[in-house]
Design a binder for this molecule. Structure first.
Ligand SMILES: Cc1ncc(COP(=O)(O)O)c(C=O)c1O
Length: 397
């Protein structure tokens, strides 16, 4: 590459990546060479989008709903999102507080860009979904790590949060149910966090994209339960609950002045979200809930199968996660070098998984497996892992 011909902005060096997409590309390469690969790396439901949602998109296209919409989304969709949030979180929300974007990820990016100046501090759980840290460092702000503890089912200690808070803290990121650990916040955690934040000038980014994937107890929403919704930005969307990852439809709910700033960023980058996709999202939010519940029930069965199988593999120990569709087994008894182990499993066993340390330093010694694949695939992956790990030679040191 002739680096001098097209010098790229130095700021790009501060942009991170997402290992799920990197490993997916490598796994696809191996598949192209004829290898059989079981995909446990990417976080997207393998189910089809519910029929009524697809029908709504088709009807919208037939009605020629194929032109620009306002940058923040159509009034109809923003109104339905406000109703959905009121129904599911018990907080009164106006359509003016809602911003629609092509996925939850652009809302997260735009919202961090709208809020952060260089040197501002953002507290981020560790491990975490990589996009938070990537955008925080990209804009020159400072990520502060909040360790998640396996011994607490991957929740953090309130004392650790208290220590991490400084006068420079501008944003606290919460994500429950959590990617990559599957951990969930309890109502008690939420009350404790709110107690610590009351009276402080800290905004919470509450990423609740997995709100429909809580298994053993009802989903506890920070947005709904903290009593601090006026200082919280709720992130949610259609990708996970309605198996709509490729449609690209996410939304944020936030105080109006922030919504206007986020809208300005959306307007300057993507202009708006596809009109017929917005129409389909209305069908998702207002239509029958059975398809979402059926997918959730299937995920629950898969979770139980996968966790039981992992715990039968010598050297692997896996907690039963309360939500999302990931497990985060501890493999440090086999090798602390989770990246080497993940590469070995892909190359030797044809099982694509992610090294926990790609989600933050506290993910070292863990793997992330997504169970968004069939029970047959999970059984086959477990058998392959068991036999490959029995032959594994750990790294020195
Ligand atoms: C925690 C979390 N937030 C946001 C997203 C992004 O969702 P979307 O596909 O709607 O952009 C993901 C996707 O994996 C995620 O895991």
């Amino acid at each position: 590459m002739q680096a001098t011909t097209f010098p790229l902005a130095r700021s790009l060096q501060r942009l991170g990546t997402e290992s799920a997409f990197v490993v997916l590309a490598r796994a696809k390469e191996l598949e192209a060479q004829g290898r059989s690969i079981i995909h446990l790396e990417i976080g997207e439901p393998d189910f089809d989008t519910p029929e009524h949602v697809k029908e709504a998109a088709i009807a919208s296209l037939r009605a020629n709903r194929t032109h620009y919409t306002p940058a923040a989304g159509t009034t109809e969709l923003r109104t339905e999102i406000a109703r959905y949030v009121e129904r599911t979180r018990g907080v009164a929300v106006t359509p003016q507080m809602v911003v629609v974007a092509p996925g939850a990820k652009p809302v997260i990016a735009a919202m961090l860009m709208a809020l952060l100046d260089p040197q501002d501090e953002v507290i981020i759980p560790d491990p975490a979904y990589p996009a938070y840290r990537s955008i925080v460092t990209y804009v020159g702000a400072v990520p502060v790590s909040l360790p998640l503890l396996e011994s607490r089912d991957f929740r953090f200690e309130l004392e650790a949060l208290e220590e991490a808070l400084t006068p420079r803290t501008k944003v606290l990121v919460l994500n429950s149910p959590h990617n990559p650990t599957g951990g969930i916040l309890t109502p008690e955690d939420i009350a404790g966090i709110a107690r610590l934040l009351r009276g402080r000038d800290v905004l919470v980014l509450s990423d609740e994209i997995y709100s429909r994937h809580a298994y053993d107890r009802p989903f506890a929403s920070y947005y709904g339960l903290s009593g601090l919704a006026e200082r919280t930005i709720l992130i949610d969307g259609c990708s996970k609950a309605w198996a709509m990852t490729g449609w690209r439809l996410g939304f944020g709910v936030m105080p109006e002045p922030i919504a206007q700033a986020v809208t300005a960023l959306i307007l300057n980058t993507v202009s708006c979200t596809a009109t017929f996709v917005q129409d389909a999202a209305i069908a998702a939010l207002t239509g029958p809930d059975e398809p979402v519940q059926a997918m959730r029930d299937e995920f629950l069965r898969r979770r139980n199968l996968l966790v039981a199988g992992l715990n039968e593999i010598p050297g692997v120990s896996c907690r039963l996660p309360g939500g999302a569709f990931y497990v985060f087994p501890n493999v440090s008894a086999i090798d602390r070098d989770d990246l080497r182990l993940a590469a070995y499993l892909l190359d030797e066993a044809g099982v694509a998984v992610l090294g926990g340390s790609t989600f933050g330093p506290h993910g070292k010694g863990y793997l992330r497996l997504s169970y968004a694949t069939s029970e047959d695939n999970l059984r086959e992956a477990l058998a392959r892992m068991k036999s490959a790990l029995a032959r594994y030679e750990p790294s020195a040191g």
